[in-house]
Design a protein around this ligand. Structure first.
Ligand code: ATP
Ligand code: MG
Length: 473
């Protein structure tokens, strides 16, 4: 699996899809519920408005009867609205009664469906325009209906530009001191504009939908963030797995090479030993006979070099099982220096020790560490010219022992640094390129770490950390 394969898989795609669909369904459901809710509120509003209109008309009926009909009959003997004095009195009674009740229009019809009184002067005297509302009211049945005005979309969405309620109610004579009404005298039509109430409902509906939409958007945004984060984590894990798989493959490959090399090396070692001892024997004989030993010396030197290479191969290929015993790092380093003293003298190398005291004992395989340090110091010597200095620093902190090997050699190219742990990577004519690989194996078998980097000034630093004795490993 590579990076692109992972991208194509998108493990969260299904989650995203389902959650998105769920949010959409919730959103649609909220809209439906809010529309139903608004419809319900509108019905209630209509019922209330109707009840209210009927009450208003009943009150108007009462006031008209008390303040107009009775006085008019007493004063003029008969009701004649065509007479200005009577009309004005009626107008005053109606306007004071309805004052402040938001009534847009009042029409009063007589028994013959003719408008006898109206807020609109032009309507006075018009005949037969009461319609079904009038017809019901004259039969003593009060009734109301809604009138909605607006364009097609406004009416479709239930948000008419203007909403009016038209109420027809019988105008009846009252019997004083009795709850029973008298005969129907005419019909009152009142028109109220209730657009404002309707617009308020619509605003509430809009607010509900907008809030719901906002909440959905926030939820979706959070979800997208979570999914993205999840994907990133999974991607990182997939990459890590990929890296580990590659590492494992490489390790398996190396281990099979190692096994093969170990097998071959083992087979070569015995015949090589025979060649070497035979060559030594021959050399002694030739020396005794006074013959030149130049060629036999070459054979001897090369067979020694070959046996060293084989030893390195075997060291590298062998599984590293250190035998842990309490030992002291500073003592191991002293032994290295002692072993190398002749080489140090010949090349005028300076070895500076900066050992912190006290250095705790460490559970380690001293022979293996000796070999690791030797490889590091030899690399440093091989990189330095005559008179170079190697500084070995030994510290103990936080349950760890830290060892630095600073040299004054020629340093390492950046591209070589990346390959330094690869077996067989060498820049030397006579090197096997196994030295640092062996060192890494040894340090890691001790649960330690190793790092190599160029120094700011000159040469390189090899840094090793090892767990100290206080910690069990
Ligand atoms: N202290 C150092 N200064 C400069 N280069 C170094 C140093 N240590 C290692 N190197 C570089 O890293 C390479 C690999 O080192 P490594 O010890 O694994 O192999 P080698 O020294 O080449 O061969 P061998 O150790 O088998 O003789 C070296 O060839 C050298 O280029
Ligand atoms: Mg080396």
């Amino acid at each position: 699996m590579n990076h692109n394969d992972f991208k194509e898989q998108k493990p969260f795609r299904l989650v995203k899809f389902f959650t998105f669909s769920a949010l959409m369904v919730m959103f649609a459901a909220t809209i439906v519920i809010s529309v139903m809710n608004a419809h319900w509120v509108r019905n209630i509003l209509q019922e209330k408005s109707e009840d209210y209109a009927h009450l208003l008309v009943a009150n108007l009926n009462h006031q008209v009867f008390l303040q107009f009909i009775i006085p008019a009959v007493l004063k003029y003997g008969k009701i004649k609205l065509r007479e200005e004095a009577q009309y004005e009195r009626m107008d005053r009674v109606i306007k004071t009664t309805l004052h402040g009740f938001n009534v847009e229009m009042v029409n009063i019809y007589d028994m013959k469906n003719t408008i006898a009184y109206s807020f609109d002067d032009k309507k006075k005297g018009l005949k037969d325009i009461g319609g079904a509302g009038y017809a019901m009211a004259i039969k003593n049945q009060a009734n109301s209906r809604l009138i909605e005005n607006g364009n097609f979309f406004q009416l479709l969405l239930g948000i008419p530009h203007q909403t009016k309620i038209v109420t027809f109610s019988p105008l009846r004579a009252e019997k004083p001191l009795s709850s029973v009404s008298g005969p129907v005298l005419g019909v009152v039509e009142i028109i109220q504009d209730i657009s404002d109430d309707y617009h308020k409902i619509f605003r509430l509906q809009l607010l509900t939908v907008a809030t719901c939409f906002g909440v959905m958007a926030v939820l979706f945004f959070i979800l997208v963030l979570m999914v993205r984060r999840g994907e990133m984590i999974i991607e990182a894990r997939a990459m890590e797995r990929l890296r580990l798989e590659e590492k494992l493959q490489r390790a398996e490959h190396l281990s099979s090479i190692g096994e093969m090399t170990a097998g071959i090396s083992h087979e070569i070692r015995n015949p090589l030993g025979i060649i070497r001892s035979s060559a030594e024997l021959l050399k002694k004989k030739m020396a005794k006979a006074g013959q030149s030993t130049t060629i036999i010396n070459i054979i001897l030197e090369e067979s020694i070099r070959l046996s060293n290479i084989i030893k390195d191969f075997l060291d590298f290929a062998k599984p590293m099982n250190p035998i842990l015993k309490p030992c002291r790092i500073d003592e191991i380093i002293e032994k290295n220096i002692l072993y190398l003293s002749q080489q140090i003298q010949e090349n005028d190398f300076i070895v500076e020790r900066q050992f912190a005291k006290p250095i705790p004992e460490t559970m380690a395989d001293s022979e293996k560490l000796y070999q690791a340090f030797l490889n590091i110091i030899l690399n440093a010597f091989q990189a330095m010219s005559r008179g170079g200095k190697i500084t070995i620093v030994l510290l103990s902190e936080d349950h760890q022992i830290i060892i630095f090997f600073h040299d004054q050699g020629k340093g390492i190219l950046e591209e070589s640094l990346k390959k330094i742990w690869n077996p067989f990577f060498t820049t030397k004519d006579m090197g096997t390129g196994l030295g640092m690989g062996i060192v890494k194996n040894i340090i890691e078998s001790h649960h330690g770490t190793i790092d190599i980097y160029n120094r700011d000034s000159e040469g390189v630093t090899v840094k090793i950390t090892l767990p100290s004795n206080e910690r069990k490993f």
